[in-house]
Design a protein around this ligand. Structure first.
Ligand code: BTN
Length: 273
């Protein structure tokens, strides 16, 4: 006999972002002072690159509730649960010189991690070079893309929703803030909090305090001291991550000596792997 109750609670569907509230919070600031909201788009990075080419000012932010062709690193797709994730891209110009490029992504990763730790008390860490994780599960990813003299910093952050819904699409462990906290969060609050922290760190970057910025990153980096494998092109390098340099490279102690890795795909390895 049906009791009229469901056995499992149904999830609240995602809802549109309250962009007006976010605009009001960011009105006087560089990042998000100009905020473009789209219920759906192919990719906020693609949109922001388009605005960059059209001469949009520094600090322009594009945010969407869902993407039909969200871009991840290495040609991967970025999956979202409509109305549950934060999907946004920040336009920065002028382009910093190439050696400082990777520090922009490290700076963004540490901004996301610090904002979430301070505001929600979650044990959020970075995972070199571009991921943000909670207990080894990816909660956010970053993708930087260049167009002319502008750079677009894309952030995908899994805010609400069940971990399982996202995990079905991805082969590495993922999580959402809601799954970690046990409660849904206001995407608007998370958004403005992360933008504020990104802006503070961007000012530190612009002021040339590179060591200070990388020190912040070092405090949050989950790979340091871990046995790991990093794939660089076709090569796999195994060792213990010992340091992040002021240039943003990862130093790995291998049986054959120290290796400095500028970019790659890193994963922690268990004993015996
Ligand atoms: C990665 O970890 O592979 C990077 C993922 C970056 C995803 C974000 S979502 C918002 C922005 N728009 C995109 O198309 N990609 C980035």
């Amino acid at each position: 006999m049906s009791t009229g109750f469901r056995d499992r609670p149904t999830r609240m569907p995602g809802r549109p972002l309250n962009a007006d509230w976010c605009r009001a919070q960011r009105a006087a600031h560089l990042l998000g002072g100009r905020l473009l909201y789209l219920p759906q788009t192919t990719s906020t990075n693609e949109e922001a690159l388009h605005y960059a080419a059209a001469g949009a000012p520094e600090g322009t932010v594009v945010v969407a509730d869902t993407q039909t062709a969200g871009r991840g690193r290495r040609g991967r797709q970025w999956q979202d649960e409509p109305g549950q994730s934060l999907l946004f891209s920040v336009l920065l110009r002028p382009l910093p010189p190439p050696p400082l490029w990777s520090l922009l992504s490290l700076g963004t990763a540490v901004a996301v991690a610090e904002a979430l730790r301070e505001s929600y008390g979650l044990p959020v860490a970075t995972k070199w070079p571009n991921d943000v994780v909670i207990a080894g599960r990816k909660v956010a990813g970053l993708l930087l893309e260049q167009r002319g003299a502008a750079v677009v910093v894309g952030v995908g952050l899994n805010v609400n929703g069940l971990r399982e819904a996202l995990q079905a699409h991805v082969d590495r462990p993922v999580t959402t803030l809601e799954a970690e906290r046990g409660l849904p969060l206001s995407r608007e609050e998370v958004f403005v909090t992360v933008l504020a922290k990104m802006e503070a760190i961007y000012h530190q970057f612009q002021a040339g305090d590179i060591t200070g910025l990388v020190n912040r990153y070092r405090q949050r980096e989950s790979l340091l001291g871990q046995a790991m494998r990093v794939t660089v092109g076709g090569e796999q390098i195994c060792g213990v991550a010992t340091e992040v340099t002021d240039g943003g490279s990862l130093i790995v102690a291998t049986p054959g000596g120290q290796r400095e890795i500028i970019a790659g795909e890193a994963e922690v390895i268990a004993d015996g792997e």
